[in-house]
Design a protein around this ligand. Structure first.
Ligand code: PLP
Length: 379
């Protein structure tokens, strides 16, 4: 099956009791047994839920994996992945990581004796020299937020292929429509389904997809034992969102390219960060590992002050000033004071995250309205 067909049909069968074409929301905590221990595969809803099962199968198919494991948020999913590690283990990640992931690693898991390294994962020499006998996991995020750097997944997998190290990829920014890390050699994929998978800014949800039974069993055990599960209504919303993922992503990418090109020619704009440009430093890698360049665009202003950014952030009418991304509606944000405020200014500036950097999550509205909105705000 091709992607658009899988998005709608994979794992989804008519409800056996009624024929309902849409997967019902099984809003139940328990299931009646015929005799002690004799049941239909469902005992208690932390352990199993039919709505969640369908979503897990669907996600596994979208990422070309064997098993999906769902959680109450993207960070709950990361929490489960980090529980695969033991005290003394080391993890290597990118120096351009989602703030919430960085916080979970450094503020919670570091206390349990796990050591974290943050490096430029595209620097293979540095990656190889950071790996030692305690290294158990590489945590990749690509494209990165908000600078939209691209990490070469195949190259990272190749650098660690001779060792017993799990390569995990946070695929939230690309979505499975644009990028399938398991096909590139990764062992595990994570999504904040809050973003493109849900797609309508109405649910917080997370998921992991793996491609082997042993890893799946360990993660199902953690899902049940720690209990950070999503509710059935949230699973339903993500399932419904996924049915239009391919169509939404096509339009959002198309809009993003048009907006990025428009901004690049604008006299008040100093720089546009978009991997779809041939001038982007990682364009070739993006082209080889993604089927499109995504719908996130960041840009910097010639007058590079917070005040000049603020003027634009306050003036847009179609672009809403808000955190998050990946919904049908376009959002505008100021990383320095919003998503990345916890990073010291000195460190922000090192990666190009200035006080005048603006991040856009491009939605699927009419492109003329999006352009006009930015044009009048930039005036
Ligand atoms: C939002 C996000 C997360 C965290 O997901 P939640 O659903 O908010 O817990 C993780 N990684 C990336 C790249 C994100 O954008």
């Amino acid at each position: 099956m091709k992607f658009g067909t899988k998005a709608i049909h994979a794992g989804v069968d008519p409800d056996p009791s009624t024929g309902a074409i849409m997967t019902p929301i099984y809003q139940t905590s328990s299931y009646v047994q015929d005799a002690p221990g004799k049941h239909k595969g469902y005992e208690y809803a932390r352990s199993q839920n039919p709505t969640r099962d369908v979503l897990q199968k669907n996600l596994a198919a979208l990422e070309n994996g064997t098993h999906g494991i769902c959680f109450g948020s993207g960070l709950a999913a990361l929490d489960a992945v980090l529980r695969l590690l033991s005290p003394g283990d080391e993890l290597i990640s990118t120096n351009d990581l989602y703030g919430g992931s960085y916080r979970l690693m450094t503020k919670l898991f570091a206390h349990y004796g796990i050591k974290f390294h943050y490096i430029d994962l595209n620097d293979t020499k540095n990656l190889k020299s950071t790996i030692n006998e305690h290294t158990k996991m590489i945590w990749v995020e690509t494209p990165t937020n908000p600078m939209l750097n691209i990490i070469d997944i195949k190259k990272v997998c190749k650098a660690v292929s001779t060792k017993d190290i799990l390569v995990c990829v946070d695929n939230t920014f690309a979505s499975p429509y644009l990028q399938n890390p398991l096909d590139l050699g990764a062992d595990l994929v994570l999504h904040s389904a809050t973003k493109y998978l849900g797609g309508h800014s109405d649910v917080v949800h997370g998921a992991i997809v793996v491609k082997n039974q042993e890893l799946a069993d360990r993660l199902y055990f953690i899902q049940n034992a720690a209990g950070a599960i999503p509710g059935p209504q949230d699973c339903f919303l993500v399932l419904r969102g996924i049915k239009t993922l391919h169509v939404r992503m096509q339009r959002a990418c198309e809009n993003a390219m048009a907006i990025a090109s428009y901004l690049q020619k604008h006299p008040k704009v100093a720089h546009v960060y978009y991997p779809g440009f041939t001038t982007h430093p990682h364009h070739k890698v993006a082209k080889s590992q993604m089927s499109g360049f995504g719908a996130m665009v960041s840009f910097d202003l010639k007058v590079n002050t917070k005040a000049s950014a603020n003027k634009i952030l306050k003036k847009t009418k179609v672009f809403a000033l808000a955190e998050s991304l990946g919904g049908v509606e376009s959002l505008i944000g100021h990383p320095a004071t919003m998503t990345h405020a916890s990073i010291p200014k000195k460190d922000r500036l090192k990666v190009g995250l200035t006080d005048s950097l603006i991040r856009l999550s491009i939605g699927i509205e009419d492109i003329r309205d999006l352009k006009n909105d930015l044009a009048s705000a930039l005036k």
